[in-house]
Design a protein around this ligand. Structure first.
Ligand SMILES: NC(=O)c1ccc[n+]([C@@H]2O[C@H](COP(=O)([O-])OP(=O)(O)OC[C@H]3O[C@@H](n4cnc5c(N)ncnc54)[C@H](O)[C@@H]3O)[C@@H](O)[C@H]2O)c1
Length: 347
């Protein structure tokens, strides 16, 4: 099955459709919104934050059913991407993680059914697999989440399935494997390494660094998502969306340092020293994407090195821009201060 041809089908599918993206101000959500707009969809964002200065944001909290339901009036498709993630939050506020991720998904599903939404796309995660028994991991393999975040995603998936089976609304579930790229905040391994190296700091590795993951560049995650959303016809369908290339933390750190041309070596820390605990560590996890390849024509188009390069360049530029804005802000503040002092002296 040809990906190019299927991507053309996504244009036909989304053109003129009314689409709501919860969490659309976030990393994946904002890229998704950009892509959907390019495909001609009429897109609204539901979020409690507007990070990107968009004017199509409906402010609201996923925990407020009335707000959520109102935002879905007249929508054809809902992408439900609002969630709490990140290791610190999972440890510090597990109840909130369950409240937003699981109960929030429950509310979003009921609001979607109430508003006769045709398709509901739920952003799930490779975290539902925990430490998989076999690699690469297939969609039907036993889930065994380790974190409360993984549990919230798995329980939400079960909720999605039961709603889809009992109502006239289709559900599609992409399971992402470590998406990364521009606009991602610094709370994940890749973003953290890039942030540190760009500031001449060594990447910090917990354990021996031989833990392996797969890292999926954001444009590939988005391509997989829109293909799955447009082409999936079944009541409820799950797809692994990820890069199949295995990469250890040592390897990742080395690639980023090499790209930066800096003289750095990773700093190793033992587990338990900080927020990383060995029992919660994922040793090895890569996706089998045969289902998405066969059914959607999905292929990875950005290699790990290319993706890291694009993210690194974006990060450095963004950081420079932020420092410049801070300088301008400080300069403006000093002018206001000087004017105020002069005014006082002239009185
Ligand atoms: N980034 C990844 O690698 C990855 C991997 C697997 C799954 N996912 C899933 O994809 C989705 C998007 O992830 P992301 O990386 O873009 O995260 P993100 O934190 O950048 O975006 C989440 C968005 O949800 C919003 N949000 C959070 N709580 C809310 C609330 N109570 N009400 C309204 N809005 C709220 C936030 O303001 C934010 O804009 C999430 O559901 C996440 O679990 C992400």
């Amino acid at each position: 099955m040809c990906m190019k041809e299927n991507l053309r089908k996504t244009e036909e599918y989304f053109r003129g459709k009314k689409v709501l993206v919860t969490g659309g101000s976030g990393f994946i959500g904002s890229h998704l919104v950009d892509r959907l707009e390019k495909l001609g969809a009429d897109v609204k964002i539901f979020d409690n934050f507007n990070r990107n200065g968009k004017n199509n944001v409906i402010y609201g909290d996923i925990k407020n059913y009335e707000q959520l339901s109102r935002s879905m009036q007249g929508m054809d498709i809902v992408f439900h991407y609002a969630a709490i993630l990140g290791v610190e939050k999972i440890i510090d506020i597990p109840e909130d993680v369950l409240e937003v991720n699981l109960m929030g998904t429950r509310s979003a599903l009921h609001a979607a059914v109430q508003n006769k939404v045709q398709k509901f796309i739920f952003a799930s995660s490779s975290e539902i697999y925990g430490n998989p028994r076999r690699i690469p991991v297939v969609e039907d393999d036993d889930p065994s989440p380790i974190s409360v975040y993984g549990v919230s995603k798995l329980a939400s998936e079960a909720y999605c399935k039961s709603i889809a089976l009992n109502n006239d609304m289709k559900v599609v579930i992409p399971r992402y494997f470590n998406a990364y790229g521009p606009r991602q905040v610094e709370k994940f391994v890749m973003s953290n390494f890039i942030s540190r190296v760009s500031q001449d700091l060594p990447p910090v590795i917990y354990g021996d660094g031989e833990q392996s993951r797969s890292y999926t560049f954001i444009s590939d995650a988005i391509i997989g998502t829109i293909l799955a959303a447009a082409l999936s016809q079944n009541k409820c369908e799950i797809f692994n969306i990820g890069n199949t290339q295995k990469c250890t933390l040592n390897d990742l750190a080395e690639r980023i340092i090499k790209l930066s041309h800096k003289d750095l070596t990773p700093e190793y820390k033992t587990f338990g020293d900080g927020i990383r605990v060995e029992s919660r560590e994922i040793i090895n996890r890569q996706p089998d994407i045969e289902k998405a390849q066969k059914r959607l024509g999905f292929e990875i188009t950005t290699t790990l090195d290319e993706g890291i390069k694009r993210y690194y360049q974006w990060y450095v530029k963004e950081h420079k821009l932020r420092s410049l804005m801070d300088e301008i802000y400080e300069f403006e503040k000093s002018i206001v201060h000087t004017e105020e002092t002069l005014e006082v002296q002239m009185r």
